[in-house]
Design a protein. Structure first.
Length: 464
């Protein structure tokens, strides 16, 4: 493989169509440097095997696209270049390794670079070794590279999506419709949380259908015009509701005592797409659900809407808090503490706050925010996460870094946030306090959240 350095005419040098970096960007400063000092570092090029009409050999640029663009703008007729004969595989490897060291290479450009090498038969391990990356890093980029062009075209500016957003898009590889919906969304995070909820609910229902079939329970669709709240088959009565998809269906279906329904005990269960199961019979088969207050007449659909909404809103808030809580300025932190301290001590009505405080929930929220606490799961010695080890750790952190009290105040607010709050004006008032503090910290509520804060899920009678 011969290597030579020559001054080559710029008209004989051509951008590489497989260059991972699609845009050379602004080269004005580089142009000024070249005008005053010339090109100090040669370009790396490879022969294309073609000639122009005058018989001059033509070359593809491998390294130095920005220098070539700046040289053309500066009016140079020739540039120094290292000529190296390369096969397609070597060419792509060199470009990817060189560009991957640059901070301005976008995640999707890098991902497509890895995909190009994969198409040429380079394995994941070899790519990782040549670029100095881990196998996991390469596989992550390859997963992003598989996002179809059709999906990319639906985004307003696909090239500017962050690595985290691209990873989230890649999650929906097996569901192109959801992937395209996320790509064209104007509120990426909210849409992502909603689609994840829908995907998990669909998976949960599938597992529920299998569990019911195994138990010998016949699953039927609701008759036209009927839903869970209005349909009770003759000879059956409603026992309980399963409405949460956070726990496995079978765990809820059998109840805490662990009873099982044998295949010989024939029962009918009716299901809707909302994941609510009508499971009733005289043989004692039951599902489990925490007790809830009765709904106002006609408000069951708003109950369901509020539950689904709060599940997504909570995930969205948690994601924002986890990312931004420890990057706030001192001014923002102090402002947040003042807002929450006011809510905690004075309240929002003509009375002091009478808050439902469960220490376990506060500890769980802190863990969700990213706190490293000694005990994160229940065991024989720790029936509650509100234990001495965790409390001592929290106290130690707060003594060393007093402003971390904002974490605890935020955890208390999240512990008290509940879907029922969106169903009453008093609850909405309370959520307005929490969201007001979040906005002081920089959180931007989605359009759906703003509607909920106006009382969109409150009964009309309540509003009046």
């Amino acid at each position: 493989m011969g290597i030579t350095i020559e001054d080559l005419p710029v008209e004989d040098l051509h951008p590489n169509p497989n260059n991972p970096r699609r845009q050379v960007g602004d080269v004005a400063d580089l142009e000024a440097s070249i005008r005053s000092q010339g090109i100090k570092q040669p370009l790396l090029v490879t022969p294309t095997g073609e000639t122009d009409i005058d018989g001059h050999a033509q070359y593809r640029v491998v390294i130095g696209h920005r220098r070539l663009a700046a040289a053309k703008q500066a009016g140079l007729e020739s540039v120094p270049a290292i000529i190296e004969r390369m096969d397609a595989r070597r060419e792509r490897e060199v470009m990817l390794v060189e560009n991957s060291q640059r901070s301005d290479l976008t995640p999707i450009e890098e991902a497509d670079g890895y995909q190009g090498l994969l198409d040429l038969g380079v394995g994941v391990k070899e790519m990782a070794e040549k670029t100095g990356r881990s196998d996991r890093f390469v596989r992550r980029r390859l997963r992003i590279a598989r996002i179809p062009q059709e999906t990319r075209d639906m985004s307003a500016d696909f090239s500017q999506l962050s690595l985290d957003q691209l990873d989230k898009l890649a999650e929906f590889e097996s569901d192109p419709d959801m992937q395209r919906e996320l790509a064209r969304s104007t509120d990426f995070e909210w849409t992502y949380r909603r689609l994840v909820s829908e995907r998990d609910k669909t998976k949960w229902c599938g597992e529920a259908d299998k569990a019911l079939a195994k138990a010998g329970v016949r699953v039927e669709s609701f008759p036209d015009g009927k839903n869970y709240w209005t349909f009770e088959p003759r000879g059956y009565r409603r026992r309980t509701v399963i409405s949460s998809t956070r726990d496995p269906f079978w765990k809820q279906f059998t109840g805490e005592d662990g009873c099982r329904n044998s295949a010989s005990s024939r029962t009918t269960a009716t299901t809707a797409c909302t994941s609510r199961f009508h499971s009733t019979s005289s043989n004692g088969l039951r599902a489990r659900k925490p007790n809830v207050r009765p709904s106002w007449h006609g408000g069951e659909e708003l109950d369901r809407k509020a539950r689904d909404f709060e599940a997504i809103a909570r995930d969205t808030r948690f994601a924002w808090i986890r990312t931004n809580l420890h990057t706030l300025t001192r001014e923002q932190t102090v402002a947040g503490i003042c807002e929450l301290a006011l809510a905690e001590t004075v309240g929002w009505h003509s009375m002091f706050v009478g808050q439902r405080l469960h220490g376990e929930g506060v500890v769980e929220a802190l863990i969700g925010f990213g706190w490293n606490l000694p005990i994160t799961e229940h065991d024989g010695d720790h029936w509650s996460l509100e234990c001495k080890e965790n409390l001592d750790q929290i106290r130690m952190v707060l003594r060393d870094r007093p402003l971390r009290i904002l974490d605890v105040l935020a955890a208390r607010q999240e512990d008290n946030a509940d879907w029922r709050a969106w169903r009453t004006m008093r609850g909405v008032d309370e959520m307005c306090v929490w969201y007001g503090a979040l906005e002081h910290l920089g959180y931007q509520p989605s359009a759906e959240e703003r509607e909920a804060l106006k009382g969109a899920m409150v009964e009309k009678e309540q509003k009046s």
